[in-house]
Design a protein around this ligand. Structure first.
Ligand code: SF4
Length: 310
């Protein structure tokens, strides 16, 4: 018998729900095709479903026909992408998560105040690219405590920092501590800009680790927050694996282990979790329970002119 305990909360956050609903609403309003700049969220299952309904995902604004409608993904875009859309006379629908937009606004504010910006995050991630693109002034990107300890910045320039929303809260605290020690005048949020969904899912995994032998994280390899859940479980001393759905399951993971903790990244749909549970049930008889944890009630407003599903 495999005992499976589901983390609470897990799976979709309010920003992901909003972004997916925006694409669905745009398809209802204008019909296919609707163009989306970058994957709307980092989950291939979600992308496949929307692509089948007529969403066309592009990595380059040049691939959107003049005058068409383009949706910006939940990760946000920089000013140059907005200008590129304008110059192609595109109708823009912005699905940037409002919590990412809050970080963008902070970067613009710090820049306007004459502060050099340090972005804590992964340079190649779409969110960090969008955050970097808010200002034309040079900004530093650091992704680890080691980099925070070595980054060369002119200490005479007033500094400010922001963070990617989906980092490990433990890593961010350590990095912020190092930045404050090295650059005493730097300003920014002590706990970083980690969003409520990232924080809640990481806290739930820590609680889960106290009662399970192994942790499975359902999510895409490209999902930052799913990868951080994996890091958190491993930091808590549990073997942990990331899998997109049931096909990624390996029976060898469970040798001698009987209690499995299961969580899902903020961009992972419920059906991917159900698929993993079904795959586990094919290995052995399973008993499923949900760990006590907070229910999330966060809801973000829809863009003007688009109606969510009634
Ligand atoms: S993970 Fe956080 S910042 Fe990202 S879309 Fe969800 S709520 Fe927004």
């Amino acid at each position: 018998m495999l005992k499976i305990i589901l983390a609470q909360p897990r799976g979709f956050c309010a920003g992901v729900v909003r972004a997916i609903d925006i694409v669905e609403a745009a398809l209802r309003k204008w019909g296919a095709p609707v163009y989306v700049f970058h994957p709307i969220v980092h989950n291939e299952r979600v992308i496949d479903v929307l692509a089948k309904k007529g969403a066309v995902f592009v990595a380059d604004m040049e691939h959107v026909p003049r005058g068409a409608t383009v949706i910006f993904s939940a990760h946000g875009v920089g000013v140059r992408m907005r200008q590129a859309a304008e110059s192609r006379e595109l109708e823009v629908i912005d699905a940037t998560c409002p919590l990412v937009e809050k970080v963008h606004a902070a970067v613009r504010r710090f820049d306007a105040l004459g502060r050099r910006v340090v972005i804590v995050g992964h340079r190649e991630h779409d969110e960090v690219q969008g955050t970097l693109g808010q200002i034309s002034a040079p900004a530093h990107v650091i992704s680890s405590a080691v980099e925070a300890g070595h980054v060369e910045i002119d200490g005479d320039v007033p500094l400010a920092f922001v963070t990617q929303t989906t980092l490990s809260s433990t890593d961010v605290r350590e990095i912020v501590c190092i930045l404050r020690a090295r650059f005493p005048g730097i300003v920014g949020p002590d706990a970083g800009d980690i969003c409520y969904a990232t924080e809640n899912r990481q806290r739930a995994v820590r609680a889960l680790c106290a009662v399970v032998d192994i942790v499975l994280v359902v999510g895409s390899a490209s999902s930052s927050n799913a990868n951080r859940l994996l890091d958190v479980a491993r930091a808590e001393g549990r073997p942990a694996y990331l899998l997109a759905d049931g096909r990624g399951l390996q029976t060898g993971w469970f040798d001698g282990l009987r209690t499995i903790g299961l969580t899902a990244g903020a961009s992972t749909p419920d059906d991917a979790v159900a698929d993993v549970l079904a795959a586990l049930a094919r290995i052995a008889e399973t008993e499923i329970s949900v760990m006590a944890g907070p229910s999330e009630t966060v809801h973000f407003k829809f863009p003007a002119g688009l109606a969510p599903m009634p």
